[in-house]
Write a protein that binds this ligand. Structure first.
Ligand SMILES: *Cc1c(COP(=O)(O)O)cnc(C)c1O
Length: 232
């Protein structure tokens, strides 16, 4: 079933890319495996998945230990006291959302003498319930990150509002892309940002049309999550 789902998602990614003249290889599919067992992840890997996303450090850590060869992405809110468990182990931290967190990552990365790739999470719709830097604060935030020499800001990430109509999120995806383009043209962070992590099961096609380079798809690949059964 997971492989059938994946084929369907792959097809839809390709069609969305074609619609706007983008290359399929310029969009990375991250399979979001939160709450799902190792067997499900192995199945997804058997049909081509290389990148996995998790939103909780403990679960990420447990799964990484079993499946070390995969590329793991931290996509959820990260507490400073848990930074040490993932720095140097994950491919990309998508959820850099405070200076305190940046300080913690910097300290750990300096200790391990490594450069950590991260995305700045932007709360694109100014939602009270969401983490992330407000759009209007993003420029200053990224300028402040320049002091952390062990953090490499690769781009921006957002979790758009929950919606049953993906078109309602198009303006938010457009806005995130514009923020990155504007920051690059002002040479903020040396104009080096090129990653846009946006789009989930409900809206990844619209996100791709608006420039997503990384889409994070959970339900569409692994099926619905049952938090009651899986929460420890
Ligand atoms: C759970 C989650 C996803 C995937 O959500 P689906 O709607 O199941 O595709 C993507 N991004 C983040 C940050 C998540 O927490």
């Amino acid at each position: 079933m997971i492989c059938d789902n994946l084929k369907n998602i792959e097809k839809r990614i390709s069609v969305a890319c074609e619609r706007v003249g983008r290359n399929r290889n310029d969009v990375k599919l991250i399979a979001v495996s939160k709450t799902k067992p190792i067997e499900d992840i192995k199945e997804a890997v058997s049909c081509g998945i290389t990148d996995l996303g998790e939103n909780k450090v403990q679960e990420l850590k447990d799964k990484m230990e079993v499946l070390e060869q995969l590329r793991w992405h931290m996509i959820g809110h990260l507490q400073t006291n848990k930074v040490k468990y993932i720095v140097g182990k994950v491919a990309l931290i998508h959820s850099l959302d405070s200076i305190r967190l940046a300080e913690a990552i910097e300290r750990e990365a300096a200790k391990k003498n490594i450069l950590v790739d991260a995305l700045v999470q932007v709360n694109i719709a100014n939602e009270d319930t969401k983490f992330g830097i407000l759009p209007e604060d993003t420029e200053l935030f990224i300028k402040n990150l320049a002091q952390y020499t062990h953090i490499n800001v690769k781009g921006l990430m957002t979790v758009a509002p929950y919606t049953s109509n993906p078109e309602t999120n198009r303006p938010y995806f457009k806005k995130l892309k514009k923020i990155m383009v504007d920051l690059n043209s002002k040479n903020v962070d040396n104009g080096n940002m090129n990653v846009l992590s946006m789009g989930m099961t409900g809206d990844f096609e619209v996100a791709i049309e608006e420039g997503a380079t990384h889409v994070r798809v959970g339900t569409g690949i692994f099926g619905r999550r049952n938090y009651n059964l899986n929460r420890s």
